[in-house]
Structures are given as structure tokens and as C-alpha cells.
Design a protein around this ligand. Structure first.
Ligand SMILES: NC(=O)c1ccc[n+]([C@@H]2O[C@H](COP(=O)([O-])OP(=O)(O)OC[C@H]3O[C@@H](n4cnc5c(N)ncnc54)[C@H](O)[C@@H]3O)[C@@H](O)[C@H]2O)c1
Length: 261
């Protein structure tokens, strides 16, 4: 019996990177997992892998910026699994740009996916979690909500909004046994960052720089965020709500140099 046996969960953005690692971990711990991703093939691939490992799973195409698509997928997951116990609102995009540099289109898209997408996941999961007598919502923020990184104004604003929304929802649904928490990862090696490194003028210099900006002097792995998500979904965190759990290798607690020695 796994820690999450009997629980039915949704992971958005579950087709790659952190979301894929979360989906795998939840399934390993016994959960049924619905994988939502804007990339239908990726969602299907991950769901097939989970099924191959003995988990009940399915995948589907969802753009979390579309309330209609989120609503339909959440309802489908609850119907197919018979109940919903948790949603991990992980899907996000990293669109760079300073406050005066980011285009209006990019601002609107990053807000629509990262912030409105998390709100939509909460909104449409709540009736099902209520019907289940309680549940857990895990939202994906970022350490970039807590400390400034030049050139990421829109992204950071959405992640800060996610922390505020998490606290708000924790207060609104706590009496119904619905816990709402968020994760704030530091740099995690995923396709999102691989793309940033691939296009950097000096990738190795950027990797060295980012490594040293964590107290542990290394990036995190998606599986390390998956473990934190599984904790927040599980009953091991039964008295934890409204929390922003940093999974950042100590990035946010470095001193004035912002560098590990
Ligand atoms: N990688 C990091 O260093 C890091 C750090 C802090 C926070 N995060 C956050 O973690 C989450 C996952 O990041 P990642 O690095 O795994 O990203 P990624 O780009 O590697 O993977 C994101 C997944 O989400 C999917 N996706 C993108 N837009 C979507 C949409 N509109 N609807 C549904 N699915 C969509 C993609 O197809 C992909 O499968 C994001 O919210 C990101 O902001 C990442």
C-alpha cells in the first residue's frame, strides 16, 4: 500500500519536466493520475508510462489558459476515477522580459497560463474536492516570486500572484478540509531551462553561474520537486496549509553576494 493509495490526482503540465516527475512520483506512491498538457502526445506518453508501471492513468490535451478546457478535463478525471482528491497546478511558461521590455502579448500569455491557469485549476477542482470530503491543492510558484532576477518581470509577477492566491484559497476552503499549498523551486534541470542554456551565448558560464547561486551549489532535479509535491498531496502534510515550500537548494537564503562560497 503506497502513501497515496486510493487517491485520484490531476497534474497539469504533466507531459514534461517537473510535472512529469510529479506524475511519476504520485503514481509510484499509489495514486491514480490524470496528466493534462497542452502537448497531447507528451501527456499520452507519460500516462502510458504510468499505466505500464501498474497505475491507473490517462492523459489529455489541455491549455490551462482555457477555462473551458480545464473545466472539462477536471470533470473527466473525477468521472473516470470516481472521485478527485488532489490537483497539482504545475503548468507554466517562462516568457522573459523586464517590466518595460516584455511585450503586451507575452505579458498576457504568461499571466493567462501561469496565474489564470492556476486559478482555473482551483476553481474547477473545488466542487469535486468538496464532494470527496476534502483534498489537497498544490500550486507551482517559483523562488522568483521571492527574490528578484533581472529580466523576468511578468513571470515573477505571476509566481508572486500564485503565492497570494494559495494563501487566499487556504483560508477560503480550510474549513472544508481542503488544503492549499504551493512549491517554490529554485533552478531545476528541465526542458524549460535546457532551452535557456541552449540559446545562451556561453552556456557553460551560465550553468556555473546558476550552480553557484544555490547554497547546495547545484541545480535541483525534477524528482526532488516531485517528492515535495507528493508530501503536500499526502496525509503526511495533514496540518499544512497556506504554505509556500521552497525547494530551492537554499537559493533564497544566500547572503548579499547571492553566491555560495
Ligand atoms: N525549471 C525550473 O527551474 C523551475 C523553477 C521554478 C518554477 N518552475 C515552474 O515549474 C513548472 C514546470 O516547469 P518546467 O521547468 O517543468 O517546464 P517545462 O517547460 O520543462 O515543462 C512544462 C510542461 O507544461 C506544458 N505546458 C506549457 N504550457 C501549457 C499550457 N498552457 N497548458 C498546459 N500545459 C502546458 C508543456 O507542454 C510542458 O509539458 C512551471 O510552472 C514553472 O514555472 C520551474
Amino acid at each position: 500500500m503506497g502513501r497515496l493509495s486510493g487517491k485520484s490526482c490531476i497534474v497539469t503540465g504533466g507531459g514534461a519536466g517537473i510535472g512529469e516527475a510529479i506524475a511519476i512520483r504520485l503514481a509510484e506512491e499509489g495514486a491514480r493520475v490524470a496528466v493534462a498538457d497542452i502537448d497531447a502526445d507528451a501527456a499520452g506518453r507519460v500516462a502510458t508510462r504510468l499505466s505500464g508501471q501498474g497505475a491507473e492513468a490517462f492523459g489529455g490535451r489541455v491549455d490551462v489558459a482555457s477555462t473551458a478546457e480545464v473545466s472539462a478535463f477536471v470533470d473527466e478525471a473525477a468521472r473516470r476515477f470516481g472521485r478527485l482528491d488532489a490537483i497539482v497546478n504545475n503548468a507554466g511558461v517562462a516568457l522573459p522580459g523586464s517590466a518595460d521590455g516584455i511585450s503586451e502579448d507575452d505579458w498576457d500569455r504568461v499571466v493567462a497560463v501561469n496565474l489564470k491557469g492556476v486559478w482555473a485549476g482551483i476553481k474547477y477542482a473545488i466542487p469535486h474536492l468538496r464532494a470527496a470530503g476534502g483534498g489537497s491543492i498544490v500550486n507551482m510558484a517559483s523562488v522568483q516570486a521571492l527574490v528578484g532576477f533581472p529580466g523576468w518581470a511578468g513571470y515573477a509577477a505571476t509566481k508572486g500572484g500564485i503565492i497570494a492566491l494559495t494563501q487566499q484559497a487556504a483560508v477560503e476552503y480550510g474549513a472544508e478540509g481542503i488544503r492549499v499549498n504551493c512549491l517554490a523551486p529554485g533552478t531545476i534541470m528541465t526542458p524549460m531551462n535546457e532551452e535557456i542554456f541552449r540559446t545562451a551565448p556561453d552556456p557553460q558560464a551560465l550553468i556555473d553561474d546558476w550552480n553557484s547561486s544555490h547554497a547546495l551549489h547545484r541545480f535541483g532535479q525534477p524528482q526532488e520537486v516531485g517528492a515535495a509535491a507528493a508530501f503536500l498531496v499526502s496525509d503526511d502534510s495533514s496540518f499544512v496549509t497556506g504554505v509556500c515550500l521552497r525547494v530551492d537548494g537554499g537559493l533564497a537564503v544566500l547572503g548579499p553576494t547571492g553566491r555560495a562560497n
